[in-house]
Write a protein that binds this ligand. Structure first.
Ligand SMILES: [Zn+2]
Length: 288
């Protein structure tokens, strides 16, 4: 059987027969793969321990006719241990791997950006770099943005009026044009963005005149709407909720750290993910 080497993160596992498992991994060079790990349930095998969810491993994989087979796995980073020791981190990690699994299709091979974002998020969880629910919510928004579903959160999607006066753009200063997704690709690809830590900075920007009578977010329309233009399905949001949603999407930890995730912001992240993934995130539902 032809062999290939790659590194990957375990997204989920399923039992196969008496002693085997099917492992679903996101790999750097081969996209999402499913491969059999033989004998991993028979004993307390070290091989099997490297193929548990959230583990990042160097793999040697044999290409089979129907299913690939993992023939070697060497641990690159044992994110699983610190994550599984902390219930909140564990819950957040489940949201992250489920999102990655649903977002990346089996035929996609150019997933390096998604892969880096995934290891950035798991690394941050393992190191307790930020609040776990912030890390998972930010991961969800950034992974969807990277896939082409970035919310437009700087101006009304209908009339184009910017939502805040004084040129407020958030601490990260992301999104100068407010049109092409509000986020820079380079930031997504940097794992460091997940592990910088900041002291809290309360931000209370003033809404611009078009938004004085309310700010709205329409998930199907892809972003912010002013009071004049909002459609019936749009949700009314406060400036604080909007600032937090922008910070999650930008990976702006200066704004996020030390401020709890607002319930409405968390719901909007869930709605955004469910709409654009075209199915609910089971692991996120458990948080309600
Ligand atoms: Zn408008």
């Amino acid at each position: 059987m032809p062999l290939y080497r790659d590194e990957g993160v375990v997204l989920r596992t399923a039992k196969l027969g008496e002693a085997d498992r099917i492992i679903t991994l996101l790999t750097l060079g081969h996209g999402k793969i499913r491969a059999v790990a033989k004998g991993v349930r028979r004993t307390k095998s070290r091989f099997g321990a490297r193929l548990e969810p959230f583990m990042r491993a160097d793999l040697l994989v044999a290409q089979g006719r129907s299913l690939d087979v993992v023939s070697q796995a060497e641990s690159v980073a044992a994110y699983a241990e610190p994550i599984c020791a902390d219930y909140e981190a564990y819950t957040a990690a489940n949201v992250i791997v489920e999102t990655a699994d649903k977002l990346v299709g089996p035929e996609e091979s150019r997933v390096a950006g998604q892969y880096r974002l995934l290891i950035g998020a798991l690394n941050a969880l393992a190191k307790h770099a930020h609040a776990p629910d912030h890390i998972s919510a930010s991961y969800v928004m950034r992974a969807l943005a990277l896939a082409g579903w970035a919310p437009r959160l700087h101006a009304c999607v209908v009339c184009g009026q910017r939502c805040f006066t004084d040129g407020f753009t958030g601490a990260a200063g992301g999104g100068s044009n407010g049109r092409s997704g509000d986020v820079g690709t380079a930031e997504f690809q940097s794992a460091q963005r997940f592990t910088q830590r900041f002291t809290p900075q309360p931000v209370v920007p003033q809404p611009a005149p078009a938004f004085a009578n309310g700010m709205y977010l329409s998930v199907p329309s892809g972003g912010l709407m002013c009071a004049n233009d909002h459609t019936p399905e749009a949700t009314r949001i406060t400036a604080a909720e909007l600032v937090q949603l922008r910070a999650l999407t930008d990976g702006d930890w200066r704004t996020l750290d030390g401020n709890g995730l607002l319930p409405q912001t968390a719901h909007l992240v869930e709605d955004w993910a469910e709409y654009y993934l075209e199915r609910p995130l089971r692991s996120m539902r458990l948080l309600d």
